[in-house]
Design a protein around this ligand. Structure first.
Ligand SMILES: [Zn+2]
Length: 262
């Protein structure tokens, strides 16, 4: 292959590899938040039997396949979350690399991708979006106009309108129906997501989040065992998904919708 053909793929390939490795670290963060353990100690081990993982049992995605989803020592099932987080992290790093190239923007969005990935998987498991993730994410997102080519107006108003609309919705529902349709964690999450997508793309972000959440909810409802009706689904991961889709393809999607709307 000629050098010119290879060159555009060097950075995305490095990004994919880095994303997969970071995914392993995000898994540790999620697991240790859920179990209340320290992030730095002890080393990677099987959560069931404490078996310390050797290097080849700790390779992103690959080890999960080789070990056939079971711990080598106790045969305990390895949670599907591990390869899922690693794959998603790798995929996100790759897509962001293709969109932004080797730039400060790529580094910045990688940081947000990490925070939102960890927050989403904690939310999926515990219905909690930790303040220690949503607040720092908001502060970092408000600071993006300092170093990225985004406008202050879009950033700050996106944050205020996003979190504000969700707060109104939550309070309105609480008054009218007496139930909490939206968690306070979702509102705090919107502080950063709204800032990142910006005011003008906020509607499309919320639309994408709602549609993806609805599709998953419908899939659950169709489960034959009737478990679906009793299964609550956290909204945080879908908000993050909507924001990622908007950041990656918001312009194209917006153009499409306007075209469809005549
Ligand atoms: Zn084990």
């Amino acid at each position: 292959m000629s050098e010119a053909l290879l060159l555009p793929w060097v950075f995305p390939a490095i990004a994919l590899f880095l994303g997969l490795c970071l995914g392993s670290f995000y898994n540790v963060c999620v697991h240790r938040y859920l179990t209340g353990q320290s992030i730095v100690w002890p080393g990677s081990h099987c959560p069931a039997c404490g078996h310390v993982l050797s290097w080849w049992e700790n390779i992103p995605v690959f080890s999960y396949i080789i070990l056939k989803a079971r711990c080598r020592s106790c045969q305990g099932v390895i949670h599907w979350r591990y390869p899922a987080v690693e794959l998603l992290s790798g995929l996100l790093a790759l897509l962001l690399a293709l969109k932004f190239g080797p730039s400060l923007a790529w580094v910045a969005y990688m940081v947000f991708a990490g925070i939102f990935l960890v927050a989403s998987f904690i939310d999926l498991d515990s219905f909690i979006l930790p303040d220690m993730l949503t607040y720092p994410a908001a502060i970092l997102a408000w600071a993006t106009p300092f170093c990225l080519p985004v406008s202050w107006f879009e950033t700050l108003w996106g944050s205020i309108a996003g979190a504000g609309a969700f707060l109104l919705l939550q309070q309105g529902y609480l008054r009218l129906r007496g139930l909490e349709a939206l968690g306070t964690g979702d509102i705090k999450l919107m502080l950063s997501l709204g800032a990142l997508v910006g005011l003008s793309k906020l509607p499309i972000m919320v639309l994408l989040s709602a549609v993806s959440g609805l599709l998953v909810a419908l899939a659950y409802l169709r489960r034959p065992d009737g478990e679906g009706l009793r299964t609550a689904i956290p909204f945080g991961p879908f908000l993050c998904l909507g924001a990622v889709l908007t950041l990656l393809w918001g312009e194209e999607l917006q153009g499409w919708l306007l075209y469809l709307g005549g």
